[in-house]
Design a protein around this ligand. Structure first.
Ligand code: ASC
Length: 151
């Protein structure tokens, strides 16, 4: 019983330490997953952008809430670009996602870093800090789209 409890505790720790990952029954599910994560991210990024661009009044609390969601969502889509998911659904992902994996990974790591900075910037409550971080994050989105997303 003691041994069983130790094993169970160890497995729980491993599960907690493992990075978030997702497994998919079919390519279509992976495609849907990554597109959904990117869509949710874009909705919240758009809310931050509306403030950064002066389309809606700056509300530091709302900016911070939305930026936090952007930063969390930024971690998710990449699991959905699994091998063999270049086809099997309605995807604009270019073959380069899989043929230039080092560059693609670099792009996603950059986005995770930039969105973390965006979330930190939003928490300062300073609109100029937020504007700078927003522009930088948007540039990261665009760079990756230019290389890896078909029109
Ligand atoms: C957004 C959004 C994107 C990026 C990109 C930045 O708000 O949905 O895909 O910004 O347009 O260039």
């Amino acid at each position: 019983m003691k041994l069983f409890a130790s094993i169970a505790a160890a497995l729980t720790l491993v599960a907690m330490a493992a990075p978030a990952s997702a497994q998919f029954a079919k390519p279509e599910d992976a495609i849907k997953y990554r597109q959904s994560a990117l869509f949710v991210m874009s909705q919240h990024f758009g809310r931050v952008g509306a403030m950064a661009n002066g389309r809606v009044p700056f509300d530091a609390k709302v900016a911070a809430e939305n930026a936090d969601i952007v930063a969390d969502m930024a971690k998710l889509p990449w699991a959905g670009f699994a091998p063999g998911t270049d086809k099997g659904g309605n995807t604009k992902a270019k073959p380069e996602v899989w043929t230039e994996q080092a560059k693609f990974k670099e792009g996603h790591e950059k986005l995770v870093a930039e969105t973390a900075k965006l979330a930190a910037a939003a928490k300062t409550g300073n609109i100029d800090t937020l504007k700078t971080a927003f522009a930088s994050t948007a540039g990261t989105c665009k760079a990756c789209h230019d290389s890896f997303r078909a029109q």
